[in-house]
Design a protein around this ligand. Structure first.
Ligand SMILES: NC(=O)c1ccc[n+]([C@@H]2O[C@H](COP(=O)([O-])OP(=O)(O)OC[C@H]3O[C@@H](n4cnc5c(N)ncnc54)[C@H](O)[C@@H]3O)[C@@H](O)[C@H]2O)c1
Length: 331
């Protein structure tokens, strides 16, 4: 498809943003990125991207709109993302994740921009549900991070009801893997995600991986999570954006692979794929970790014809290649 529609990507220099932008570029869109580089990397973006290093604010967004002209849609990745930190410094999360998002909504209202895709999270569900999670389940976040995502989803539906702004909130499960198309991958400054931590341990860049509890109600006692390749996430953003641009309704979708893997299974698979040993240590459970979190993604499969393409072996292989070739990340 070829189009010159302009898309404003907030937080586009981050992990999921940079992979999505690569796909949008290859699909013919013209991209403007607003990112303050708190945790993102300008090097993750190609030279064709129009980049503004700045915070989200109503003024900064208006300046972008004045400078670049018509914006057909927004993808909003910008957020602080560490669950543990959100419980130590809630105000930091409330002000960045909720307040800045309300600036985005007001800007859209003021400038007549009608389409937004928002990065939500499986963290909105909490830990009470035992089966595969469906979008219809009542949200019960158990940390401030998940709460901020839930509030923004709810505000977006009010902005649809009141002003006709259409939104898709995508609840990602565990985003992982690295690009099949470009030398980009996961490089969070303070990494808390399991797969990069395991791979860095395998490569000798970390001493060991901590397993937080092996007495969960799962076959091997370690927590089970649903891992989704970042290129599959990118595809879901493209489909969501095009759905909205083509006049589609607001919605909320899970993005996962519908299969769970325990922490021990991920470690074993990494060892098998890489032929490297992963040092591990079992320690105490962390507060608020559910036994199992698996997505039911049948809603987006049915409505937008999205399907995850990549399995966990591919996730680990692409992540391994990225970390091996870029031991210092984007630095
Ligand atoms: N990584 C995951 O597994 C995962 C899972 C569920 C949801 N999410 C959500 O997906 C989104 C992207 O996650 P990620 O892993 O790519 O994170 P990331 O930290 O790599 O990307 C976030 C980007 O937003 C930018 N940013 C943050 N606050 C900003 C502000 N006020 N103004 C301008 N830029 C700002 C950062 O510099 C960074 O480039 C986040 O909203 C996150 O909550 C991620």
């Amino acid at each position: 498809m070829s189009t010159s529609k302009q898309i404003l990507v907030l937080g586009g220099a981050g992990y999921i943003g940079s992979h999505t932008i690569d796909l949008l570029e290859r699909s013919g869109y013209s991209i403007i990125v607003l990112d303050n580089l708190y945790s993102g990397h300008k090097k993750s973006l190609s030279k064709n991207i129009q980049f503004e290093k700045n915070d989200i604010s109503k003024n900064n967004l208006s300046d972008i709109s004045d400078k670049y002209g018509e914006i057909s849609g927004i993808i909003h990745f910008a957020s602080f993302i560490e669950v543990g930190e959100s419980m130590k410094d809630p105000y930091k999360y409330i002000s960045n994740n909720i307040d800045r998002s309300t600036d985005v909504m007001e800007f859209m209202k003021n400038r007549g921009i009608r389409n937004i895709v928002f990065s939500s999270s499986a963290a909105v569900y909490g830990k009470d549900y035992k089966d595969k999670l469906k979008e219809s389940y009542i949200k019960k976040p158990i940390n401030v991070y998940g709460y901020t995502k839930s509030v923004v989803e709810d505000l977006l539906s009010f902005y649809d009801e009141i002003y006709g702004i259409k939104s898709i909130s995508l609840r990602y499960f565990n985003a992982s893997g690295a690009s099949h198309f470009k030398n980009i991958g996961e490089d969070h400054p303070n990494e808390t995600h399991l797969i990069p931590l395991i791979i860095k341990t395998a490569l000798g860049l970390r001493e060991k991986i901590m397993i937080y509890g092996d007495d969960y109600n799962t076959p091997d006692g370690t927590c089970i999570r649903d891992y989704i390749h970042v290129d599959d996430l990118a595809q879901a953003h493209l489909l969501s954006l095009e759905h909205l641009i083509n006049g589609g309704d607001s919605d909320v979708f899970n993005l996962g692979g519908s299969r769970g893997y325990s922490v021990k299974e991920i470690i074993e698979t990494t060892q098998n794929i890489t032929n490297l040993h992963v040092n591990k240590e079992i320690t105490q459970r962390r507060e608020g970790d559910p036994d199992i979190l698996i997505a039911d993604y049948s809603k987006i499969q049915k409505k937008l014809k999205w399907e995850p393409k990549y399995e966990v072996d591919d996730i680990i292989q692409t992540a391994f290649n990225w970390h091996k070739n870029n031991p210092d990340g984007f630095n």
